[in-house]
Design a protein around this ligand. Sequence first.
Ligand SMILES: CCCCC/C=C\C/C=C\C/C=C\CC/C=C/C(=O)SCCNC(=O)CCNC(=O)[C@H](O)C(C)(C)COP(=O)(O)OP(=O)(O)OC[C@H]1O[C@@H](n2cnc3c(N)ncnc32)[C@H](O)[C@@H]1OP(=O)(O)O
Ligand SMILES: Cc1cc2nc3c(=O)[nH]c(=O)nc-3n(C[C@H](O)[C@H](O)[C@H](O)COP(=O)(O)OP(=O)(O)OC[C@H]3O[C@@H](n4cnc5c(N)ncnc54)[C@H](O)[C@@H]3O)c2cc1C
Length: 627
Amino acid sequence: MAGFDDLASERSKAQFDVEEMKVIWAGSRHTLEVSDRISRLVANDPVFRKDTRTMLSRKDLFKNTLRKAAHAWKRIIELRLSEEEAAELRFYVDEPAFMDLHWGMFIPTIKGQGTEEQQQKWLPLAYKMKIIGCYAQTELGHGSNVQGLETTATFDPQTDEFIIHSPTLTSSKWWPGGLGKVSTHAVVYGRLIIDSKDYGVNGFIVQLRSLDDHLPLPGITIGDIGMKFGSGAYNTMDNGVLRFDHVRIPRDQMLMRVSQVTREGKLVQSNVPWQLVYGTMVYVRQKIVSDASCALSRAVCIATRYSAVRRQFGLQSNGIETQVIDYKTQQSRLFPLLASAYAFRFVGEWLKWLYMDVNQRLQASDFSTLPEAHACTAGLKSLTTSATADGIEECRKLCGGHGYLCSSGLPELFAVYIPACTYEGDNIVLLLQVARFLIKTVSQLGSGKEPVGTTVYMGRVEQLMQCHCAVQKGFLELSADLVQAAVAHCQLIVVSKFIEKLQQDIPGKGVKGQLEALCNIYALFILHKHLGDFLSTGCITPKQASLANAQLRSLYSQVRPNAIALVDAFNYTDHYLSSVLGRYDGNVYPKLYEEAWKDPLNDSVVPDGYQEYIQPILKQQLRNARL
Ligand SMILES: CCCCC/C=C\C/C=C\C/C=C\CC/C=C/C(=O)SCCNC(=O)CCNC(=O)[C@H](O)C(C)(C)COP(=O)(O)OP(=O)(O)OC[C@H]1O[C@@H](n2cnc3c(N)ncnc32)[C@H](O)[C@@H]1OP(=O)(O)O
Ligand SMILES: Cc1cc2nc3c(=O)[nH]c(=O)nc-3n(C[C@H](O)[C@H](O)[C@H](O)COP(=O)(O)OP(=O)(O)OC[C@H]3O[C@@H](n4cnc5c(N)ncnc54)[C@H](O)[C@@H]3O)c2cc1C
């Protein structure tokens, strides 16, 4: 069988220990065991089938998502899964749903911004799913500009309550996931008003729906904001709209780790930086970076396996056409994405460590690394999601026409993934935050602070900053050029963390050699892509540039025999890939043909509508022809 033999032959060429690479990709043997076991548990459960998603109406699609979420929760309880195993299960169910926001934002917000007392009250309810929460920050009129939010939370000393209100149409909460139809509660971000004075944005826990009949509580108008990009995709999520008409909540439902409001209505600032109000965004941004490596590796796995199965032109001596993976143009498009997937995996591991380290320091009232954590999570979220969205689209194109079929898995993956460039912070707005951080850092150089990083990449950032810093002042005047410096800074971090990864103990025959090749491909690909920066800033000479290019092409030849094994190391099930082109067995053509007939349009040989619309045309033509 063509495809199967092709992949079997490819696997026999591997020059490294794939099982050890699986451990490297997973992060540890333990994590590999958990993800392998849970991904197969999900793959073998018919409730979690994904192949009908694009054919369901919005209401049926959503109801099916609720069914899956309920079944997932049931399995978590039945199997007594740990928090880690439960998170893996939600990941491999692979369907955006309210659970993501309940576990991924609502709970972390209470943990990060609630007092001990508030955590003791609300977390048990949330962990047991006695309440379902969402994160309601963005409004119709403001998303990026958090300080521009209009929802008000006015303290009433008579009743010891906050009055939550939507004063304008643009203050309507708009976009929060899980809000539209499911969440019973929300963390609502609004302007704290005490005695007519505006103290800025804070988080408030607000109940939205009755726990008895799920109806909205008095003063609450709530619903879904409507269909989004694509047919299946993110339409499994009830992104919602929410308006308040003077809704009253107890004073102790303002999240008070950062600042407190006393019974007398006095605002007391605690010793933690006010930016902790933004803490959930930092948490999710660092998770989004590892999420990017998953999404990109998924697309690369599909495109690599299909590129080894697909043959086109180039009849060889044995009369067989050439595998498209052997074309240099295919390699120059595909292998940098393969290298990027590994690079984002490792920088995501580092970012997770940085986030944990910042949190530990916060416990000890050490806020020194908070600015760097913000800049790194913001910048790397921006860099990796933009590259991943573009990379998924490139993988679709690498698969030719069949990449455009839903059965390839790529259109759906693209449609679900691309909002990552916007949610959790618009990518440009986040790069401007990095630019601000760089301006401040450059201004501190020489005072005992010295830049660190790989020479050529470091030089590029320094030069770009010198060129643009002289003219820049405030946030709004930041030029597009500074965004360029911010991207350069983030790419420096990615390369540096890949190099640091290689300095760790890496067991397994040939594993380190393959990772070194991928690290060099990523570094040289970025250098090639931004050659103008490196040349214009004098970081490299034209001669060095052409040597780098030649080295890049030779690295592609080094990776070529290992490409299939490198994507096998992601250890994805066919269920998770959900792609006829990316099947482990390479049995593409028979499965493509089989999938086609499942389309409802093929339920009848003559399509509905023929008699009403087509036959009259043909008959009329026939009559005309006889005249
Ligand atoms: C679903 C989750 C599951 C778990 C995760 C798993 C995987 C993830 C995969 C998918 C996720 C799925 C769904 C996601 C759902 C989406 C949710 C959302 O989108 S929530 C809403 C997100 N909104 C934003 O990100 C808004 C972006 N805007 C901002 O952050 C701020 O407005 C901005 C741009 C930073 C400006 O802040 P502002 O206070 O107005 O002004 P300044 O720029 O002057 O900043 C003042 C100082 O504060 C520092 N700062 C800013 N932000 C932070 C921060 N986050 N942490 C620490 N410090 C911060 C800033 O550097 C300034 O400091 P200096 O004065 O320069 O010292
Ligand atoms: C699928 C999805 C899920 C979401 N889930 C949630 C959720 O659960 N909870 C929640 O609270 N929110 C959620 N959001 C909202 C999301 O956080 C916002 O859309 C995001 O923060 C961007 O803000 P915005 O939409 O106001 O875009 P805007 O900021 O209006 O951006 C529009 C354009 O203006 C540019 N721009 C804006 N400001 C500047 C500036 N200062 N300088 C230069 N250019 C600028 C941007 O780069 C962009 O090109 C979700 C959004 C999506 C798409």
